[in-house]
Design a protein around this ligand. Structure first.
Ligand code: DAH
Length: 337
């Protein structure tokens, strides 16, 4: 009786198995045959009613059936699993790819890199100084005595009576000359701060590059030659320029360099305030008082200095009309460069 039942269960199982379509169907079959109250457990229960001499053979048969059913179920199960994982990996090669945003150098860094490489080729080294500066280096040593009206040219963020956020990179000239003997030929880039109302044309923080060349017999003609060479490499060979007399406490004589307005090409427009010219930098021959402050002999040495705003230089080159956009980190702006 048990032997017949065992054969029937085997046949039923194979029939059930052939109807399995997915992992859920298979699980139902597993419970039906191998579950605690499943068909095969019931067959084992019947063993206790069979004659003692038949038990070993019938028991063996039942064990065989159970392991056969188990292995068939496991086999089918693993085929469902591998189909599923294959399905996960399937991809549609016609779909557009994922776009990754790749960062790039900020336009101010690019502009500074270009300025540096032009001056390095002309023999200038690069030095930097701190943004928190003494009143002495920022003003006094540069020939701005206390209460001198020229201090008003640069609205200052004071940290204390004697310390401030530097208003220009010119104090790095002082640091350099105090630490080096001539000849000195260096550019000094960095951040500067001014306590000014923020607008399209001015921001409370911006960047400058300072230049300094000191040696015996340095002339204004060399200053002009160096700056014209810089400007034509930076803005293009066909550039027109002019030097206008100006005033800075630390240079004498002082000048400002203008180039033809890149928008109207010199005919006059809103950007250049109808002059046809745009100012790109301040410059001059180092004032003998400054040399005295750093213990250079003004009878022996002469030198020139210049300073330019990096934002301004970039705005003129790329036609950017609002300085604030450099600091907004708007990717639509940044990725244009
Ligand atoms: N420090 C000046 C400014 O911030 C720029 C400048 C003008 C620097 C003339 C110089 C110079 O070295 O010679 O406005």
């Amino acid at each position: 009786m048990l032997a017949q039942n065992t054969d029937k269960v085997n046949i039923d199982f194979l029939k059930d198995l052939s109807g399995v379509k997915n992992a859920d169907d298979l699980e139902q079959i597993r419970i039906k045959y191998l579950g605690r109250n499943g068909v095969i457990s019931k067959l084992f229960n019947q063993l206790k009613h069979v004659a003692i001499e038949d038990k070993p053979a019938l028991g063996k048969n039942l064990n065989l059936l159970r392991s056969e059913v188990t292995s068939q179920i496991e086999k089918l199960k693993s085929s469902f699993v591998s189909q599923k994982s294959k399905g996960d990996l399937q991809m549609d090669l016609t779909l557009p790819g994922k776009k990754y945003q790749i960062g790039s150098k900020h336009i101010l860094t690019q502009t500074l890199d270009e300025i540096k490489s032009i001056f390095k080729e002309m023999g200038f080294s690069v030095h930097v100084g701190p943004e928190l500066e003494s009143d002495y280096n920022n003003f006094e040593a540069l020939n701005f005595p206390k209460n001198h009206p020229a201090r008003d040219m640069q609205d200052t963020f004071f940290i204390s009576k004697d310390f401030l956020l530097r208003t220009h990179t010119s104090p790095v000239q002082i640091r350099l000359m105090e630490n080096m003997k001539p000849p000195v030929r260096a550019i000094m880039p960095g951040r500067v701060y001014r306590n000014e109302a923020v607008s399209a044309r001015s921001f409370c923080m911006f960047h400058q590059v300072e230049g300094l060349y000191v040696d015996t017999d340095v002339t204004f003609a060399e200053l002009k030659g160096t700056l014209v060479s810089f400007a034509s490499q930076f803005y293009g060979e066909d550039l027109k320029y002019r030097f206008r007399p100006s005033y800075f406490p630390f240079t004498e004589p002082s000048a400002e360099m203008d180039i033809t307005c890149f928008i109207c090409k010199g005919s006059g427009c809103k950007i250049c305030k109808n002059t046809g010219w745009m100012e790109i930098l301040g410059c001059g021959m180092v004032d003998p008082n400054v040399f005295e402050n750093v213990n250079y002999d003004p009878e022996k040495y002469t030198g020139y200095a210049f300073g330019m705003g990096i934002e301004r230089i970039a705005m003129l080159k790329y036609g950017i009309t609002d300085i604030r956009i450099f600091f907004e980190n708007d990717i639509r702006f940044l990725k244009q460069f």
